[in-house]
Design a protein around this ligand. Structure first.
Ligand SMILES: *Cc1c(COP(=O)(O)O)cnc(C)c1O
Length: 398
């Protein structure tokens, strides 16, 4: 039985995963963040402040929608969608960004810093910082700056300082290095806000805690709508924040199968995927231990997915632990099945999903047939697909 309240241990380990694989001076900084978080996490003041923003700013609870036309078309189990795509800013990321911004404010930090790849974390964080009233600085590879114009514009409008990074390949990894170097100049007055359940302790724990609202709502909602718990709960896994957010509430429901979906990209037999759980091995990346897609020297391999939010060569430590103990099953879905699910959900239900989320929808569509009628599957629809619409239309020649 998973005793969630006791996970991770006080060094930030979920079994052998997680921890703090960072220089001693950074451990002291991370421990300060952990202490500040532990001090406020269970106080009524902090919980009420966050819940109030969830309700009146994000628009929580997000609904659960029974995708009846899609389910009927497939002819198997009922497919339900947890609509995180309806949140303010269009995805689940705002849940933990608000938590991180509030923590920074509580710690009297004057600045929040982060990197961003496609710009989704950058926009959510810039939004949270504008609301909370704290400076925000986002580092982004020059290549991504040029590719992701709408998110770059949004970050500028939201008042954040955008730092284009031209070093190396000018993509996500270089943005991480650049943002981290900036953070180390003045860690006393700034907070590095990690964008998923990854990085050194306490981030995998904190980001998870901020996301558990998704599963707590969903578990009550689905019982109302469906008359009981679903057979399967599924979500896509990049770093793993939206997945752990919905899984946590169901961990003790042994009859509910939990399935995390990784991107198989152009195929697991090609180098172009990011199926870390399926094909990775144990190692350290960005200050924590987890499954990794790495070369023989322990360097991260280049990863790829049609959904840029899923192409990370590591994965959250709690997911690694849940895989090893057999509580969560990890499967993969390739670009082609993802695109098909993207189009079907758009045309049959009028919901354009994020390409990330479409991976979980694709799995649910296949699994619905296997499970059969009278059963049900709950999908965390982590975000909306506005950001992907032009790309998909070009790709499919629409
Ligand atoms: C960033 C993102 C993801 C991937 O991040 P996780 O931490 O794995 O949840 C998934 N879906 C959407 C819509 C995203 O923006």
């Amino acid at each position: 039985m998973v005793q969630l309240g006791e996970m991770p241990d006080d060094k930030g380990f979920f079994g052998e995963y997680g921890g703090q694989f960072i220089p001693p001076e950074l451990i002291a900084i991370m421990d300060q963040i952990n202490d500040a978080y532990e001090e406020i996490r269970d106080t009524a003041a902090f919980k009420n402040e966050l819940q109030d923003l969830f309700t009146h700013y994000v628009g929580r609870p997000s609904p659960i929608f029974y995708a009846k036309r899609l389910s009927d078309k497939i002819g198997g189990a009922k497919i339900y969608l947890k609509r995180e795509d309806l949140n303010h800013t269009g995805a689940h990321k705002i849940n933990h960004c608000l938590g991180e911004a509030l923590l920074a404010k509580h710690m009297d930090k004057t600045k929040v810093l982060a990197e961003t790849g496609a710009g989704q974390h950058g926009v959510a964080l810039a939004t949270a910082c504008a609301l909370v009233g704290i400076d925000c600085e986002i580092h982004m590879g020059q290549v991504d700056v040029e590719k992701e114009a709408p998110n770059v514009t949004k970050m500028k409008i939201l008042g954040c300082k955008l730092v284009p990074v031209t070093a190396g390949t000018a993509t996500l990894k270089d943005a991480v290095d650049s943002a981290f170097a900036e953070y180390l100049k003045d860690p006393a007055n700034s907070l590095y806000a990690i964008g998923s359940v990854v990085g050194p302790h306490p981030f995998p724990k904190m980001v998870r805690d901020f996301q558990t609202v998704v599963g707590n709502e969903a578990r009550a909602q689905i019982q109302d709508l469906n008359g009981g718990l679903p057979e399967i709960v599924t979500a896509c896994v990049g770093g793993g924040s939206n997945a752990i957010g919905i899984f946590t509430a169901f961990l003790d429901d042994d009859e509910v199968e939990l399935v995390g979906i990784e991107p198989a990209g152009r195929g697991l037999d090609t180098p172009d995927h990011a199926a870390t759980m399926t094909l990775g091995s144990k190692g350290v990346i960005h200050g924590f231990q987890c499954y990794n897609l790495q070369d023989d020297n322990g360097e991260p391999l280049p990863v790829y997915s049609i959904a840029s939010g899923l192409d990370y060569p590591g994965v959250g430590p709690q997911h690694c632990y849940l895989k090893d103990m057999g509580r969560v099953r990890y499967e993969s879905v390739d670009d082609k099945a993802c695109l098909d699910a993207f189009m079907q959900l758009s045309r049959v239900e009028g919901i354009i999903p994020a390409l990330e989320s479409a991976h979980a929808v694709a799995f649910a569509m296949t699994e619905a047939t296997k499970l059969g009628k009278g059963k049900s599957i709950l999908v965390n629809l982590s975000g909306r697909g506005d950001k992907d619409a032009d790309f998909v239309a070009n790709k499919l020649g629409l």
